[in-house]
Design a protein around this ligand. Structure first.
Ligand code: PLP
Length: 396
C-alpha cells in the first residue's frame, strides 16, 4: 500500500467554477472572491469576512488592525506553526511563548491566567485551536447554562485584562465550541486554505470578524492601503481611476481562480467533516488499547472537532524512538508528519528570546513522541485498517 499523509479532493465543482473565472476574462479579485467571503462568513457565523492569499496574511492583517505595535507582548503557544508567532514579529512586538495542555496542545484558561499574572501589561493573545479542537472559550458555556460561569474561559480572561484576542483557526474549520462555530468569538479569527487544510484554495486564507473597524482596516491593508471609500466620501467624486492611499498596505488579495476552488470546497465542507470524523473514530477504536501510545484528548463533542490532525504520542513505554517509528511506517508505505517541532527549538526564537526547553514540559513531552497519522476524506476503510495493523505490528 502507498498511503500519503495528506491528499486533496477537488472532484466537486472546482473545475466548473474555475472555468467560469477564466471565461469571464477577469483573473484577479472580483465576484467569485466576494461570493466566497459571503458564504464563508455565513458558515462560520461572522459578520465580516475578508479573503486573503494565506492565513499568514490574515494573521498579519489582524495584528495590524487590532493595533499591535513595537514592544508589545503577545501570548502565543510554543506548540504551533511559526506563522502564529512570526506575524507578531512583523509588528515589532514580542511573542511570549506559553506551554500547552498535554493531550490537547491547547492553551487552557489556567495557563492564560498564570501568564497574565506574570506579564500584566501584555497586549494580546494569539490563540491556536490546535488540530481542529476549540480552546475553552468560556462565554458560550455561560450562556448555555443561563448564568455566569463560575470558571472563567479564555474570552472572560481576555476581557477582564483588556487582551486583544486573535484566533489562529488554520486548523479549525469547521470547529464548534459548545455548538457555536469558531469565527465569532475573538476580535479576529483567521482561517487557512493551504493545500493540506480541511478545505483548500491551493493557497488562501480568511479573516473573519464582528468588528466593523477591524474589517475595514483589514480590507484597506489587504490591497496596498488603498481606500476608495474615503476618497469618494471626502471628494464626492466617483472617478473610477481615482483613489487615495492611507497607509503602506500589503498585497494580500485572493485571486478569483483560488476563490472559485474555495466555493466548490465549501459546498462539500460538511461531507468532508463527517468523513474526517469517521477516520478519527476508527483510530480511537483501533489504537486506544496500545499502552505505549497516548491518544489525542477530545474534551468536547466529537462533532465539534474539525479533525484536521490526528496526532498520537509514543510515550515512555515505547520500545522504539519516534523517529524510528516514522521510518518503519514509511517503509510500510504510510506517510506521516510531525506537529510540531516547538518554536523554542527554532534557532531564531530560541536565540533571540533565550528560550529553554525545560520551561515547556508539556510541549516537550508531546514533541518527543508525536506522530500525525493520515487523515482525509478519501482515506479508505482498508487503508485505515492497514495503518492500525501496521502500528500494532511495529509496536507489538
Ligand atoms: C497552516 C498554518 C498556518 C499558515 O497558513 P497559510 O495559509 O499557509 O499561511 C498558520 N498557523 C497554523 C497553526 C497553521 O497550521
Amino acid at each position: 500500500m502507498n498511503i500519503p499523509f495528506s491528499k486533496v479532493d477537488c472532484s466537486g465543482n472546482e473545475l466548473k467554477y474555475i472555468k467560469e473565472v477564466l471565461e469571464s476574462g477577469w483573473l484577479t479579485t472580483a465576484g467569485k472572491c466576494a461570493e466566497f467571503e459571503r458564504q464563508f462568513g455565513r458558515k462560520v457565523g461572522g459578520k465580516y469576512a475578508c479573503a486573503v492569499n494565506s492565513a499568514t496574511a490574515a494573521l498579519h492583517l489582524a495584528c495590524e488592525a487590532v493595533g499591535i505595535g513595537p514592544g508589545d507582548k503577545v501570548f502565543v503557544p510554543a506548540m504551533t506553526f511559526t506563522a502564529s508567532a512570526e506575524v507578531i514579529r512583523y509588528m515589532g512586538a514580542d511573542p511570549i511563548f506559553l506551554d500547552i495542555e498535554y493531550g490537547t496542545c491547547l492553551i487552557t484558561p489556567a495557563i492564560l491566567d498564570a501568564a497574565v499574572k506574570r506579564y500584566p501589561g501584555a497586549k494580546a493573545l494569539m490563540l491556536v485551536h490546535f488540530g481542529g479542537q476549540a480552546a475553552e472559550m468560556g462565554e458560550r458555556r455561560a450562556e448555555v447554562r443561563g448564568r455566569a460561569s463560575d470558571i472563567d474561559g479564555i474570552l472572560d480572561i481576555c476581557r477582564k485584562h483588556g487582551l486583544k484576542l486573535i484566533e489562529d483557526a488554520a486548523h479549525a474549520f469547521p470547529t464548534r465550541y459548545h455548538g457555536r462555530m469558531i469565527g465569532s468569538f475573538g476580535d479576529a479569527t483567521c482561517f487557512s486554505f493551504y493545500a493540506n487544510k480541511t478545505i483548500t484554495t491551493g493557497e488562501g486564507g480568511m479573516l473573519v470578524t464582528d468588528n466593523e473597524d477591524i474589517y475595514k482596516r483589514a480590507k484597506v491593508m489587504r490591497l496596498h492601503g488603498i481606500d476608495r471609500d474615503i476618497w469618494d466620501r471626502f471628494t464626492a467624486r466617483k472617478a473610477s481611476w481615482e483613489y487615495d492611499v492611507v497607509a503602506p498596505g500589503f498585497k494580500y488579495n485572493l485571486p478569483d481562480v483560488a476563490a472559485a476552488i474555495g466555493l466548490a470546497q465549501l459546498e462539500r465542507a460538511d461531507e468532508f467533516h463527517r468523513a474526517r470524523q469517521k477516520c478519527a473514530e476508527f483510530y480511537y477504536e483501533n489504537l486506544s488499547d496500545i499502552g505505549c501510545l497516548d491518544m489525542p484528548v477530545c474534551h468536547g463533542a466529537w462533532e465539534d472537532h474539525a479533525w484536521y490532525l490526528f496526532s498520537i504520542v509514543l510515550n515512555e513505554k515505547s520500545p522504539i524512538t519516534r523517529n524510528r517509528f516514522i521510518e518503519l511506517l514509511n517503509e510500510a508505505g504510510i506517510g506521516t508528519s510531525v506537529h510540531y517541532k516547538p518554536l523554542y527549538h527554532m534557532s531564531y526564537y530560541r536565540d533571540r528570546y533565550k528560550l529553554r526547553a525545560e520551561d515547556y514540559p508539556n510541549a516537550e513531552r508531546h514533541w518527543r513522541g508525536v506522530v500525525s497519522l493520515p487523515l482525509y476524506p478519501g482515506l479508505k476503510a482498508e487503508e485505515l485498517a492497514y495503518i492500525c495493523e501496521t502500528i500494532r505490528r511495529i509496536l507489538g
